[in-house]
Design a protein around this ligand. Structure first.
Ligand SMILES: *Cc1c(COP(=O)(O)O)cnc(C)c1O
Length: 393
């Protein structure tokens, strides 16, 4: 079915799906590593691009293709490239768009390994990187150099929940000849569509909201144009961080409920944020839905909702946060986010452990910061759990 002119919820269910000879209602798992050519000429045509037949699963596979087309439509992009993990998506994008002597400007509070791989690995190939607080776009302008190729932002950022103005970044990127890449993991295409706001590339850890059930890791990249799509697909195929057909099947199943999961979890998150904001033991809280969030107005303008992830600090600092993490029982003490289950974690010692203490502090990842991802359980139970945990401090 052609779903290009259909609404978002219809696309969630049907985009990318294709009909097979059995009339399967869902896209089956094509668990095969290789594909038989009809004859030698067909094989040669598949390799030369004259035929779009499948060749080998690292290069392409029907189940993976269905997922790629699904997310490409949700993001209003040209096409999608599915990867083994979110970091597979990040690495493929860096590999395709950066080279020796080039420079990237990135949000300072990005996913820890997305920063770590630039500092520890790409630096060995002479790629330079600057990390700045991109929620103030003046900082971006100051960081741009003659050899800057990419502006990379994450909004809301992990774990500070700072918001960056995508439209403004797109204007800056255009003016300075940079490609704008947006990690849209925290919002999902349901809440935010960076390509519509002028970005060139959008990527996701689908481990989070898109799959939403904490049962697979995976990633996806969607580009606005064909040229960049081909560049990144080449890097992904050569790096070998392709998605697996079973992963793609799970992701296709997960994404169908993205909108209703997101609605429920952000409704819960708003109530949890209000509870925490009024609790005497809380020192500070950052959630885009609260008017106290420094970029609340920008979030309202750029996002369709405020998401389900927040960060906060307790008056007793890290020791109190540790006590809370050890005394909640419904919220799982686990990294990751965006699933149906509520999760709590401590970024400084967990997801952002790879970032130096100095850089963490500069990026606002303080020792007292606790990250909370709200699930779709009964909100009263989530709040009761937090209340009990806070009482133990
Ligand atoms: C989790 C995450 C990643 C990395 O994804 P994996 O699937 O764990 O490899 C990248 N960006 C953000 C914002 C994330 O939350």
């Amino acid at each position: 079915m052609n779903t290009l002119d259909k609404g978002f919820n219809t696309k969630l269910i049907h985009a990318g799906a294709f009909e097979d000879e059995f009339g399967s209602a869902t896209v089956p798992i094509y668990q095969t590593s290789t594909f038989k050519f009809k004859n030698a000429q067909h094989g040669a045509d598949c390799f030369s691009g004259k035929s779009d037949g499948y060749i080998y699963t690292r290069i392409g596979n029907p189940t993976i293709r269905a997922f790629e087309r699904n997310i490409a439509e949700l993001e209003n992009g040209y096409d999608g490239i599915a990867t083994s993990s979110g970091m597979g998506a990040v690495s493929s994008v860096y590999m395709a768009l950066l080279g020796a002597g080039s420079h990237i400007v990135s949000s300072d509070a990005v996913y820890g390994p997305a920063r770590g791989i630039l500092e520890q690995d790409f630096s060995r190939f002479n790629v330079e990187a600057s990390f700045v607080n991109t929620s103030n776009t003046e900082n971006i302008l100051k960081a741009i150099r003659p050899n800057t190729k990419v502006l990379y932002i994450e909004t809301p950022a992990n774990p500070t929940i700072d918001i960056t103005d995508i439209k403004k970044c797109a204007e800056i990127a255009k003016k300075h000849g940079l490609l704008l890449v947006v990690d849209n993991t925290f919002s999902s295409p349901y809440l935010q569509k960076p390509l519509d706001l002028g970005a060139d590339v959008v990527l996701h850890s689908i481990t989070k909201f898109i799959n939403g059930h904490a049962d697979i890791v995976g990633g996806i990249i969607v580009t606005k144009e064909e040229k960049i799509y081909k560049q990144i697909r080449h890097s992904m195929v050569y790096l070998g961080c392709n998605m697996d057909p079973t992963q793609a099947f799970m992701a296709l199943r997960g994404v169908k409920t993205l909108a209703i999961r997101m609605e429920r979890s952000q409704e819960n998150a708003m109530k949890v944020a209000e509870f925490l904001a009024n609790h005497p033991k809380i020192a500070w809280i950052k959630y885009p839905g609260l008017t106290t969030h420094p970029q609340h107005e920008l979030a309202k303008k750029q996002m369709k909702g405020f998401g389900a992830v927040m960060s906060f600090g307790l008056k007793g600092g890290y020791k109190a946060g540790e006590k809370l993490m050890n005394n909640v029982h419904l919220a799982l003490l686990a990294v990751s986010l965006g699933g149906v289950e509520t999760l709590i974690q401590h970024p400084a010692s967990m997801t952002h452990a790879a970032v130096s203490k100095e850089n963490k502090l500069a990026a606002g990842i303080t020792d007292d910061l606790v990250r909370f991802s709200v699930g779709i359980e009964d909100v009263n139970d989530i709040i009761e759990d937090l209340k009990n945990g806070l009482n133990k401090i």
